[in-house]
Design a protein around this ligand. Sequence first.
Ligand code: ZN
Length: 197
Amino acid sequence: MLHNQIDLEFAEREAWALRRQRGIPNNRRLWVLACMDERLPVEDALGLRLGDAHVFRNAGGLVTDDAIRSAMLTTQFFGTKEIIIVNHTECGMMSATGEYLEEILRSKGIDPDKVEIDPAIPRLKLPKGGFPKWIRTFSDVDETCLRQVDLLRNSPLIPKDVLVHGYVWEVESMKLRRPDTRLGERVNTAKAMAARG
Ligand SMILES: [Zn+2]
């Protein structure tokens, strides 16, 4: 009967809308940290559909204070049991140093030592010369990915039974891989030569 169907749809919509109030976790009990880059289709890469995961994206896919804040909330309060970090090749965070970015900002009349980094906490300022550390550009995506995994695994705010894994998305092949498994790097880079001795 039609009214039964309408009632069922209403109940489903209500359950969807009130998930958080009712303590229902996302479908996969998953939190994803990924770079904001438009070449990284994070949902497609991980096979995620609407409702499956909490997804946090920032420049680089780095474990910043707000990433930890969000990871803490999802794992401690919203039933999340697994974390996946996705960094990617050709990331913009590898294209310049923090010192260079600071120089550009200063040339635009912005002093990174004086700027408010969180409007809700006006007293929160970067220590003098702290901008490069805060902006956190990097030079090796594999190393960075492994480091982010460690940072979350060792964070006192994340429960110890939460699984944390990292992947690198290759923008050139449009595929995910584990960090430190790039064939090209193992065969023809100075790093690979040094490792072989
Ligand atoms: Zn990026």
